[in-house]
Write a protein of this length. Structure first.
Length: 232
């Protein structure tokens, strides 16, 4: 497992690795049916105060106050819960820094276009009366531009969107900068650039992490799990 600590904020962010096995739901409603996930979560945080999601590349962000599984792609809470997000090239976004506020967002290309940050997250933070100036953001391991080639309908959607400037043409092929797009979207809604941290890890190149683009989806998409937790 990979650990990143924010000592002042008393926050730890932990990502599973390929050696820990896939953390995918595998068609099940309960992540704990997966023995890899069961062991990893039990070793890191325990089940009792752990919340996670059935992710669907939506723009749905929920405010929660108890452990369990939720149908959405983002969780925000002011309780001392441990929150988890699964990914395999998408951007796991972790939020923290104001009191006990914590959040996880599964930012895929689709959810980004649907406004999961620019609309849904903004609305939830307003409901929670959270000052974005006080929040820190951590971008976990995800695919980087030089390995994120787009074509056809997927490319057209980006070209027609506000993220078209984050495409780069290399030898006649178009490559999309998810990192830059997410950071720009966060800054556009009021997050301070100095409060945005990037893991700098490329899931496509770093084989410690699962990558859908690198590994394909035979037998189901394999994912890794990133968890945010309080530390004393």
């Amino acid at each position: 497992m990979i650990k990143t600590k924010f000592t002042k904020e008393k926050i730890e962010i932990i990502s599973s690795e390929t050696l820990d096995g896939s953390m995918s739901l595998g068609g099940q409603d309960d992540l704990f049916v997966n023995p890899n996930a069961q062991k990893f979560i039990s070793d890191v945080v325990g089940r009792e105060n752990f919340a996670y999601m059935r992710q669907s590349h939506s723009n749905n962000v929920k405010i929660i106050d108890e452990a369990g599984i939720y149908d959405c792609d983002g969780l925000m809470s002011s309780e001392r819960l441990c929150l988890g997000v699964r990914s395999a090239d998408c951007v796991p976004v972790m939020l923290f820094g104001q009191d006990d506020i914590k959040g996880v967002i599964h930012v895929s290309r689709a959810s980004l276009l649907k406004g999961i940050i620019g609309q849904s997250l903004v609305k939830v933070l307003e409901e929670m009366d959270v000052n974005k100036n006080n929040l820190k953001v951590y971008l976990g391991p995800h695919i980087r531009q030089k390995n994120y080639k787009l074509s056809g309908a997927h490319l057209a959607k980006i070209e027609e969107s506000r993220f078209g400037n984050f495409l780069q043409l290399i030898k006649g092929e178009s490559y999309f900068d998810m990192t830059g797009s997410v950071i720009a979207e966060l800054m556009s809604v009021g997050f301070k650039p100095e409060n945005i941290y990037d893991s700098k890890i490329d899931t496509f190149e770093n084989k410690k992490f699962f990558s859908f683009r690198r590994d394909g989806g035979d037998g189901g998409v394999k994912t890794f799990l990133t968890i945010i937790k309080d530390v004393n």
